[in-house]
Design a protein around this ligand. Structure first.
Ligand SMILES: Cc1cc2nc3c(=O)[nH]c(=O)nc-3n(C[C@H](O)[C@H](O)[C@H](O)COP(=O)(O)OP(=O)(O)OC[C@H]3O[C@@H](n4cnc5c(N)ncnc54)[C@H](O)[C@@H]3O)c2cc1C
Length: 338
């Protein structure tokens, strides 16, 4: 806690244009950094975003950490998480702020979980108390009270709603440092991780690091074999949605959701699962969710990190074959996803 210092703002951009909430966060961040006597930094990821980086200095940042790569042009949860996390671990800010936008809401909790710290979502006010702790204020209990929240761990993380904080006037005479950082890119297959040995498949569903879950997209009981094949290839455990238990195709011990198991694996395959609220409650905390569904509007895609729209009877055997081939090529050199 004592070696953390500085206020950091995640500067989200789309097509090179920084979201206005970032200017507001820099305005509030400047005020708090001055009060604490520390530096205000911004983290910007994108492609050819030098002008945007300079703009962040004009808007109040002392330092901009810039990750510039084509692969970062558009928001990609795995690559953004990896780079923002690496910078936060290196710089060790005491406060880390994100906009309460779809991107900020997706990225913030993943960074917080990886750093082992807390995050207060949708703050409407931020203050520094007499002990230099961040007081994160947000409505709670249907807006009937204003909760004042403090985080004991560092960084103290918050997402802040748009149009709440005051942006600073743009000042072109302001100077600051722009530091280019090494770009880290995630290999999508790396989330398959260092595949566990086959005897690890005996683990229970709740403890499993990889879960292969099937839903009503499967048409016949024999098709459960598709799940077992993929689970065996990746060293995972088979789970299912409720209709498969109701049909008697799998025992209740495989059920994921409200009426069954809550799982939190590193990797969760949702295959032919629509994503009902009763199912999501049992698996949405998974680190990485891969959804396979023929319906592009299926709710499961709203929580998935990776989505494959198509027929599971075509996609699952191909995925299983690709994983087996990868293992055969080298089953020790597959990098673990941090
Ligand atoms: C009190 C209560 C408790 C419940 N508890 C649970 C629970 O613990 N767990 C749980 O899972 N459910 C639970 N449910 C049931 C829940 O409401 C849903 O009905 C259930 O989750 C739906 O399962 P599903 O996604 O497999 O099926 P569906 O909603 O029917 O979805 C099937 C999906 O498969 C896709 N699909 C179809 N064919 C293919 C194909 N060939 N290739 C690719 N995709 C295809 C479809 O597009 C669809 O999105 C509960 C319900 C209640 C009322």
């Amino acid at each position: 806690m004592s070696d953390s210092s500085g206020v950091m703002v995640f500067a989200e951009q789309t097509e090179g244009k920084v979201h206005p909430v970032v200017h507001e966060l820099l305005g509030k961040g400047r005020e708090m950094a001055d009060e604490l006597g520390v530096e205000l930094s911004a983290v910007l990821l994108g492609s050819n975003v030098d002008n945007a980086a300079q703009e962040l200095v004009y808007r109040g940042a002392d330092t901009v950490y810039l990750c510039d790569d084509e692969a970062l042009a558009a928001f990609d949860i795995m690559n953004y998480r990896k780079n923002v996390l690496a910078i936060a671990q290196e710089v060790r800010p005491e406060i880390l702020l994100l906009g309460a936008t779809p991107i900020g809401r997706s990225l913030g909790p993943r960074i917080a979980a990886a750093l082992g710290t807390g995050l207060t979502a949708d703050c409407t006010t931020l203050e520094i108390d007499e002990h230099h702790h961040l007081v994160q204020i947000r409505p709670a209990f249907s807006g009937n009270i204003l909760a004042h929240i403090k985080t004991e761990t560092r960084p103290q993380m918050a997402t802040v709603r748009y149009k709440i904080m005051q942006a600073l006037e743009r000042d072109c005479t302001r100077t600051g440092r722009i530091i280019r950082t090494d770009v880290l890119l995630e290999d999508p297959l790396a989330v398959l991780a260092k595949l566990p040995a086959e005897d690890e498949q005996k683990q229970g569903l709740s403890e499993a690091e990889i879960v292969v879950c099937g839903g009503r997209g499967l048409k016949k009981p024999e098709d459960i074999a598709l799940l077992h094949d993929l689970a065996q290839a990746v060293g995972g455990v088979v789970g299912c949605s409720k209709p498969l238990v109701d049909e008697g195709w799998l025992d209740k011990e495989h059920l994921v959701g409200f009426s069954g198991n809550t799982v939190r694996p590193r990797l969760y395959f949702a295959i032919g699962v629509s994503g009902s609220s009763q199912h999501l409650i049992g698996m949405r905390a998974a680190d990485t969710i891969v959804a396979i569904n023929s319906d592009p509007t299926a709710p499961i895609f709203e929580v998935a990190d990776y989505g494959m729209v198509g027929n599971l009877y075509d996609l699952v055997p191909r995925l299983t074959a690709a994983v087996k081939k990868m293992r055969e090529a080298d089953d020790t050199a597959i990098p673990v996803c941090a």
